[in-house]
Design a protein around this ligand. Structure first.
Ligand SMILES: [Fe+2]
Ligand SMILES: [Fe+2]
Length: 204
């Protein structure tokens, strides 16, 4: 069997759906590499900044790494703008949706809201509300998102920063996307600080 028998889903039988399930599991194993490929494609888009979108993504992840952040944070920083390719008007939600089954809720939330939080740095110049973040005042991850933007996102447009290559992050992305999707031990894991001085010192 190399394809299903049906042309309408409602006509499929157990054999068809068993075949598809196996096929889809095989396909999901390639998610990390497809994401890395997409990230490289971000390089092809016109950015107008002094560095490409790929350069920005790598710089964000490099800063996260150097701050001693854990793997969920580093991979979230790397992929936080991946939505720019297909969802320029809600790129933050798009990236958060990709990460959702594989990282803890803290990181998912921060990636989902980073677009609103970033406005504090430039909203006044584009006719948007710089204080849009205020809508989330009191949220348990408010400070994390503010710190994510301050240390890793808004700061990562520097062509002179010593940024790691994509190969440095490849196995981290593969590890995260090889996790059991929606594993409660991952999703509901204890929040972690963005900065960990001891780990940062070891990595320096
Ligand atoms: Fe963004
Ligand atoms: Fe960004």
């Amino acid at each position: 069997m190399d394809q299903v028998k049906f042309t309408q889903m409602k006509d499929g039988d157990r054999e068809d759906y068993d075949f598809l399930t196996k096929h889809e599991i095989e396909h999901t194993k390639g998610t990390a590499d497809r994401l890395l490929k997409a990230l490289v494609e971000l390089d092809e888009g016109l950015s107008g900044y002094q560095i490409t979108r790929l350069g920005h993504s790598l710089q964000s992840a490099t800063r996260a790494w150097r701050d001693g952040a854990d793997i969920d944070w580093v991979v979230s920083a790397l992929l936080h703008d991946i939505g720019d390719i297909f969802a320029p008007y809600n790129h933050d939600e798009y990236a958060a949706t990709i990460l959702k089954p594989f990282v803890r809720e803290q990181c998912r939330w921060v990636v989902e809201k980073h677009g609103d939080f970033q406005l504090v740095y430039y909203g006044e110049h584009v006719g948007a509300d710089p204080e849009k973040r205020k809508a989330y005042a009191g949220h348990e991850f408010f400070d994390d998102c503010a710190q994510f933007c301050e240390r890793w996102d808004q700061s990562s447009f520097d062509p002179d920063y010593d940024t790691y290559d994509i190969s440095f992050f490849r196995n981290m992305v593969r590890e995260v996307f090889a996790r059991e999707p929606y594993d409660p031990a991952v999703i509901s894991a204890k929040p972690q600080p963005l900065m960990h001085a001891e780990t940062a010192a070891e990595r320096a």
